[in-house]
Design a protein around this ligand. Structure first.
Ligand code: SIN
Length: 286
């Protein structure tokens, strides 16, 4: 579309990115406000594909916040460090850049295991949006797995075994984004959620456990819990359910944390990576 042209639902195109999940949306300039029909069309594509990608965007903080707000109220309480130079309290920086020896953002370096954002909180964010400003020449990709498909492809026996089960999630990876404990340590933020959750918009069921933050299944023998979780993690992360975003500056990517998990591939510490992030407030998983 011509830059500066007003957005219109008729011009919105969705191009699937893989058989697992994801759609690229074309025909939208996020510097321009979205009318109700265009927002509804984008939301429908997002509900159908779980992850949406808009390329070649040139967004101010305000543009990104406005787009985020079209999905619901934003989280404005990110850690102070991660705001750095951001003017808007809804913006958090994800970056490995250090200025005067200090990190300017959160989740700085290298690989991260599959996880879903804020599953250690009682009401985790429903969605996360990243806008890429600087990306490494290779690596630092974000991988996504479809947790609806993961649930739907379980055997009936396994589905019955998971019925009513709840799991403990904890945030214990400030400096270790690839390891996970199985025991809750003193003072670590945590929450308990259903192992299978229902998406409030689509009504579909999705597996809601992840390799980075799910410690154990509640009221289950530890060895049995660990074996079951490892089986579920491997099932969720199988290549047929996964698609990976190879970033370019100007990419806007938004994912649904209620039905997908994501991971990050390693990248060189010698290269800069800078993303602006906003998250949309969510509901208690059910
Ligand atoms: C995140 O897990 O929210 C960050 C993902 C990324 O940096 O690609």
């Amino acid at each position: 579309m011509a830059l500066g042209q007003a957005n219109s639902a008729d011009r919105v195109e969705a191009i699937p990115l893989s058989s697992a999940l994801g759609a690229e949306i074309r025909g939208v300039d996020l510097r321009q406000p979205l009318d109700a029909q265009t927002s509804a069309r984008i939301r429908k594509i997002w509900n159908d594909h779980l992850v949406i990608l808009l390329r070649g965007q040139e967004l101010s903080e305000e543009d990104q916040v406005r787009f985020g707000e079209s999905f619901g109220p934003l989280n404005r309480s990110a850690k102070k460090r991660a705001h750095h130079n951001a003017k808007n309290p809804a913006i958090m920086l994800i970056s490995n850049i250090r200025e005067n020896g200090q990190l300017i953002g959160a989740l700085p370096d290298g690989e991260m295991q599959f996880h879903t954002d804020q599953s250690h909180q009682e009401t985790p964010c429903s969605a996360t949006m990243l806008y890429a400003l600087e990306v490494p020449s290779t690596g630092g990709d974000t991988l996504f797995a479809n947790c609806y498909t993961a649930y739907e492809t379980l055997s009936d026996e396994l589905k019955a075994r998971l019925e009513g089960k709840r799991a403990l999630h904890a945030y214990d990876y400030d400096n270790a984004s690839t390891r996970r404990g199985t025991v809750l340590k003193e003072g670590i933020p945590h929450a308990v959620h259903p192992v299978v959750r229902t998406h409030p918009d689509t009504g579909r069921k999705a597996l809601y456990v992840n390799r980075l933050m799910t410690l154990s299944i509640v009221d289950m023998d530890p060895a049995e819990s660990e074996a079951l979780l490892q089986l579920l993690f491997d099932h969720i992360e199988q290549p047929e359910f996964v698609w990976g975003q190879v970033w370019k500056p100007g990419d806007v990517l938004m994912w649904d944390n209620r039905c997908s998990v994501h991971a990050r591939t390693d990248f060189s510490a010698a290269e800069r990576r800078l993303m602006r992030r906003v998250t949309i407030l969510g509901e208690r998983p059910f």
